[in-house]
Design a protein around this ligand. Sequence first.
Ligand code: ADP
Ligand code: MG
Length: 357
Amino acid sequence: MTTRIELRNVEKRYGAYDVIRGIDLEVKPGAFTVFVGPSGCGKSTLLRMIAGLETISNGDLLIDDQKMNDVAASKRGIAMVFQSYALYPHMNVYKNLAFGLETAGYAKREVDRRVRAAAETLQITDYLQRKPKALSGGQRQRVAIGRSIVRDPKIFLFDEPLSNLDAELRVQMRVEISKMHERLGNTMIYVTHDQVEAMTMADQIVVLRGGKVMQVGSPLELYNAPANEFVAGFIGSPKMNFLPVRIGDDGGVLCAGRRLEMGRQLTGAPGAAVTLGIRPEHITLGGGGEPLAEGRVDLVEHLGGSTVLHVRPRVGEGVLSVVLPGQQPCHTGDVVPLHVDPARCHFFDREGITLRS
Ligand code: ADP
Ligand code: MG
């Protein structure tokens, strides 16, 4: 049995300050859901309300269809893992894992069974006798996660648990946590400001901004069909390029007065200003696609597996990033034709909402 979480018009107010502004959300049972958004958008607040560490100002929280607003944190069947994990320095790993269960009055055998099972899941069995100071950052974070596993919760909540780790370890721990989710199959919610972390780990991503949900979807749904300019710019790296264009008389697209063959008609008033969005990996230097503009290469980044160009187009202002596969013989100052695949172009209205044709 996996657990279903539902939020109905959930709000959080601190005095006159609205932090969470009406969130409706279904967290799929057994799925790995990631809340992602810029710092300060309300991710931790939302997670803490689900955990019961923060009151809900308005709306309902349901866990398996039971209203949970006023149920104590300890009675919700939830375990939470934070960025800063405080292990007991004088206890070895075994004791760190066992301690909570022992104080809760579990029999010694049951404690031992759970500690060993958690250690196995997290591959820390070899370190059970070590003190925290003899562990690496990643091993310590695994012990901290282990302390939530031994409690056998219905739901796991993670609040930026990997932010303190260096880049290489973060990548490794992402994989570990994903594997742990596969093995345990519990409903898990993971908070991060890092869209790469969200894309690599999530079954379901919830993009938040200013206390509101911008979009919910799988990683590829968000990448392929962002609901608005914010999600389009937030998901994907390097960021999507944005160019000002206009809707032509026939619903076509005018870029600096020239008509682009987009093979579609935009809904909206002729002459209306809209934004064209194109990802760096969907621009080519000629050869297929629709010519967008010529541009001058400002900067070349040779990454080995790919080449990133910063190109200043002749029309308009700003710089477009272009990601080309492999190693390209490009130099600063080169003038290049920029082509786009019409099927990969996104259009946003003045409010930043995606235009469908
Ligand atoms: P995130 O985790 O996405 O970075 P938080 O949920 O921590 O964001 O915070 C969201 C907003 O709520 C921030 O602007 C923060 O300053 C504000 N906030 C958080 N806790 C409190 C509090 N106890 N009192 C007043 N404002 C708070
Ligand atoms: Mg936070």
